[in-house]
Design a protein around this ligand. Structure first.
Ligand code: BES
Ligand code: MN
Ligand code: ZN
Length: 510
């Protein structure tokens, strides 16, 4: 995690660093401190803006070198757009864009002046905190395996910045507003680390063990080994890992944060944690197979979400469950045609060993429902190539058995910018999963691959449990880069699920 970078808050009166950014609204509307700097430097901001035709458009920037009399080497002016018109997420994105502009410069410390006199929904302190979150997210990188740390051209070198000081009228208030936002950024960056980590380092046991890092935040962690899963009858999950030299695990994270005397039913998050997917006996082609180290992106999203909820002490009961396996071909591997028995009692004919994620989820979903009697279940999985064909790298696919749950997720999606597009569940897809030799088979043929995968999963969801499935094969790894994500492993879904919980399953009074 990029914990070598921090965001702190200081009063407007504090001296700015030699690299300083300030904000300008549309029409070059400046706040009090920015006006002061402009005046002191004989109008350097207004002159540079005029020369560069800078009008304060949202996220546009100009850079002024060595403005007179300020003791500042580089003054970056970032556009806010129309006064008060930005959403919370747009401030977060702006924070990412500003950090990007600062990172182009070699400096270990930079200042950002947030002196906006807002008429919108957000106070200057909230804006400062949101921008700070964007900076934390933008700063993330995965460079632990570079051994050369210096030299301008080294890919390892571009993280000179260690500290962003945000200057704002009431730094204490900004710090308080920043606390939960930082927790969420930490959860996202934790998830990114898991996705980026190669599979030789992060096997199923190691992935499961990573959840123990959440214990320090008050999360109860339980890890089930192969023996325990055998006892539970998880023949579906276990058949996926049986070809690997490294044993499977099921990690369970319990956060009991709901206040009040009555024990509330938890929301359950289930993640596909295939640490590497070779396809098994139905082996994949060589091209791009290295990307299959990210086939635990669903698990990472679940772990990162639990991290965020616990660190910000969310007023909710939540359980995260991740099935950790490796899909390998070997003399012990499951074969096409094999029939396995799932924990639910249903038998499954394995047609294609590369459709392994659903086999893992079948048992984890069942276990989650039997054990926790949840209010709802959401599973996240890099489940199908077909969802990428349908939706590309910007959208994840949303399948939901319950319209209210779907709408809540879509609303969280709109406010975080982690885009979801609803896909169909249909009896016709379900029928395609009927097997000639067992209760169900694990592939549904060539067409509608994401929808038949969802139909398979639904067979392992109990009648009255609202359930939704998010297929993030396109977004969890090598997704579209943006202002707040420059990483191959995006940590996609953490902000979405955190917002989903905050918006619909937490009482606002803390
Ligand atoms: N992990 C893959 C899906 C995937 C592919 C994720 C590319 C990210 C990038 C999954 O286990 C898989 O192999 N799915 C198969 C299913 C098929 C055999 C029915 C697929 O989509 O081709
Ligand atoms: Mn596969
Ligand atoms: Zn897979």
């Amino acid at each position: 995690m990029s914990d070598r970078f921090e965001v702190t808050f200081a009063p407007l009166s504090a001296d700015p660093e030699t690299v300083t950014a300030l904000l300008a609204g549309e029409g070059l509307e400046l706040g009090s401190k920015a006006r002061e700097l402009d005046t002191k430097s004989a109008g350097s901001v207004s002159k540079a803006a005029a020369a560069a035709d800078f009008k304060g458009k949202y996220k546009s920037t100009i850079e002024i070198l060595a403005p007179a009399k300020l003791g500042i080497d580089r003054l970056i002016v970032a556009g806010l757009g129309k006064d008060g018109a930005l959403s919370a997420q747009q401030y977060v994105d702006l924070g990412g864009a500003i950090l990007g502009a600062i990172q182009n410069r070699k400096t270990s410390t930079a200042s950002l002046i947030v002196d906006v006199e807002t008429s919108g929904d957000h106070s200057a302190e909230q804006i400062a905190a949101l921008i700070g979150q964007g900076a934390l997210l933008r700063h993330y990188n995965f460079k632990k395996y570079f051994t050369k740390k210096s030299g301008d051209d080294s890919a390892a070198d571009k993280d000179g910045i260690k500290k962003l000081i945000v200057h704002v009228a009431h730094p204490d208030k900004a710090k308080a507003a920043f606390h939960p936002l930082k927790a969420v950024a930490n959860g996202v960056n934790f998830a990114r680390d898991l996705v980026n980590e190669p599979a030789n380092v992060l096997g199923p046991v190691e992935l499961a063990e990573k959840t123990k890092a959440l214990e320090k935040l008050g999360v109860e962690v339980e890890i089930l080994d192969v023996k325990a899963m055998e006892k539970l009858g998880m023949g579906s999950l276990l058949c996926v890992g049986q070809g690997s030299a490294r044993p499977s695990r099921l990690a369970v994270m319990v956060w009991n944060g709901a206040k009040g005397s009555k024990k509330q039913k938890p929301v359950c998050f289930v993640g596909k944690g295939v640490v590497f997917d070779t396809g098994g006996i139905s082996i994949k082609g060589a091209a791009g197979m290295e990307d299959m180290k990210g086939d635990m992106g669903g698990a990472a999203a679940v772990i990162g979400t639990m991290y965020a909820l616990a660190e910000r002490k969310a007023n909710v009961n939540a359980v995260g469950l991740v099935g950790c396996v490796e899909n390998m071909p070997s003399g012990n591997a499951v074969r096409p045609g094999d029939i396995v028995k799932s924990m639910s009692g249903q038998t499954i004919e394995v047609i294609n060993t590369d459709a392994e994620g659903r086999l893992v989820l079948a048992d984890v979903l069942w276990y989650a429902q039997e054990t926790y009697k949840p209010k709802l279940v959401i599973d996240l999985a890099t489940l199908t190539g077909a969802i990428m064909i349908a939706l590309g790298k910007e959208y994840a696919g949303l399948f939901a058995s319950d319209d209210k749950l779907a709408d809540e997720l879509l609303s969280a999606s709109r406010s975080t910018g982690e885009k979801l597009w609803r896909m169909p569940l249909d009896k016709a897809f379900d029928k395609m999963m009927d097997s000639k030799n067992a209760d169900v088979k694990n592939t549904g043929g060539r067409w509608g691959g994401a929808a038949t995968a969802a139909a398979f999963l639904q067979r392992f969801v109990q009648k009255d449990v609202p359930w939704s499935h998010i297929d993030l094969a396109g977004t969890a790894m090598d997704g579209a880069r943006n202002d707040i994500n420059q990483s191959w492993g995006a940590g996609w879904g953490v902000r979405l699920l955190d917002r989903f919980v905050a918006g619909h399953y937490e009482k606002s009074e803390k």
